[in-house]
Design a protein around this ligand. Structure first.
Ligand SMILES: [Zn+2]
Ligand SMILES: [Zn+2]
Length: 443
């Protein structure tokens, strides 16, 4: 398996003398299996260079896996030459599950206001695949897709071929973000493991990979001012990779404010962190033009843990129950979710929440922790204890201003599915609700 980086910058292209070594183009990685299968991960501005360089015989058939449709992951799409050549045959994949979401989004970027050529005028045969979490096959690759934590519905991809495994996880933020553990999210690396089950799930996704290409947009020092922006401090990327026993970590999605020397310093800090841990992880900074060969390793590849084909997403308008004694919070959540096409029911206290949940059986319950009389933790425990299996399965998400490691443990012990931290950003709410509803693996 051969990997080449074409775009390593996050958020915004930043060409210029200060970014010559690591590159200024946004996200794009080329991966080729030994059998010739071509996969392109993300289509930021780096895709332009890849498209120009691919020999015609190599561009005829390809697979484009998009993590999400923020600009820095799709702006190179209208400039990706292989899609304009008649006779070429490309498959495009991105998170969706709600019909023609990917095609509509990409076509929107190419409306005449923004671009002179419409999507429908591209010469290649293009097939669009809206993904949820799951495993599937792309030519010679086995692929597993898993949701990341970002203010847009975002998938990470694990690709396995030729006895090697690579994971691409950009635009992801740790799930446990507050409290002393958050600085070294995985302070439990040596002990019990990270507190938040979603962080443990992320580590399992990276487990044993030969190469992890991971978001490392911030430093641990910068991160407290960037919470909910959807990116990982480089030090936490190291902790994830160490906990997952991966062989090599490529830090990527470099912040546009970062010059080459400051990326060098981050790489050095991360290498020192590995040495201090006693681990054997190799850390590099992903650089435009860098090519890596992954060869067969003992125990590198593993079977994805989910079904071979992604299941159909539940259809029809789903009901969300929002419970909070603060009407302003209810309004923000209800407005966001109604715009996303959900039927929204609301309650202002725990008793009403129990009553509505039993009658309406919503697809998901967003539940304030601190309410007078019956608080959210009690409501969660009560629902989980009901005999009906529905109450054991329905996602219950606790709304809270702050939750450290202790609160997190208490909630998960009470049967809470996850937390949503106030104040809410509507895109984060939309993305997380979709994740909780489409998640298919056992919680
Ligand atoms: Zn990005
Ligand atoms: Zn993004």
């Amino acid at each position: 398996m051969r990997i080449r980086f074409w775009g390593t910058r996050g958020s915004l292209a930043r060409p210029g003398p200060s970014t010559l070594r690591y590159g200024g183009n946004t996200s794009c990685v080329e991966i080729r299996a030994d059998d010739g299968t071509l996969v392109v991960l993300d289509c930021g501005t780096g895709a332009f260079g890849l498209g120009q360089t691919l020999a015609p015989e190599h561009a005829r058939r390809g697979h484009l896996l998009i993590t999400h449709t923020h600009w820095d992951h799709i702006q190179g799409f209208p400039f990706f030459a292989p899609l304009f050549a008649a006779g070429n045959d490309w498959d495009l994949y991105a998170p969706g599950g709600e019909g023609r979401r990917l095609e509509t989004t990409l076509a929107g970027q190419m409306e005449h206001t923004y671009f002179p050529v419409a999507l429908a005028q591209m010469g290649a045969t293009i097939r669009f695949h809206d993904l949820v979490e799951g495993g599937f096959t792309v030519g010679g690759f086995r692929v597993a897709a898993q949701y990341l934590n970002h203010p847009a519905l975002t998938l990470g991809y694990r690709l396995e071929a030729d006895g090697a495994a690579v994971v691409y996880a950009v635009d992801h933020e740790p799930h446990l973000r507050e409290g002393p553990e958050a600085a070294g999210l995985l302070s439990g690396v040596e002990g019990a493991g990270p507190v938040h089950p979603e962080d443990r799930r992320h580590i399992a996704f990276l487990a044993g990979a030969d190469l992890v290409i991971h978001d490392a947009q911030y430093t641990a020092e910068e991160y407290p001012g960037r919470i909910t922006w959807g990116h990982t401090p480089a030090e936490v990327a190291v902790d994830y990779a160490l906990a997952a026993h991966t062989r090599r970590l490529a830090l990527t999605h470099h912040d546009p404010l970062r010059d080459d020397d400051s990326v060098d310093r981050i790489v050095e800090v991360c290498r020192a962190r590995v040495r201090a841990s006693g681990g054997a992880l190799e850390v590099i900074g992903a650089a435009e033009g860098l090519t890596l060969e992954l060869s067969r390793q003992e125990g590198g590849a593993r079977e994805p843990e989910w079904p071979a084909s992604p299941p159909e997403r539940r259809r029809g308008p789903e009901t969300v129950l929002v419970v909070d004694d603060d009407p302003a919070v209810v309004d923000v959540l209800a407005d966001t979710l109604r715009l996303d096409g959900f039927r929204v029911l609301t309650a202002a206290d725990g008793e009403a929440a129990l009553r509505i949940a039993r009658i309406e059986r919503p697809a998901i319950i967003l539940l304030d922790w601190h309410m007078p009389r019956l608080d959210g933790m009690v409501v969660a425990r009560t629902l989980r204890a009901e005999a009906d299996a529905y109450f054991r399965e329905v996602p219950i998400v606790l709304l809270t201003a702050e939750v450290g490691a202790e609160g997190t443990k208490e909630g998960f012990a009470a049967g809470v599915t996850d937390y949503l931290t106030k104040p809410f950003k509507p895109p984060f709410v939309s993305a997380r609700v979709r994740v909780w509803l489409t998640r298919t693996a056992p919680r």
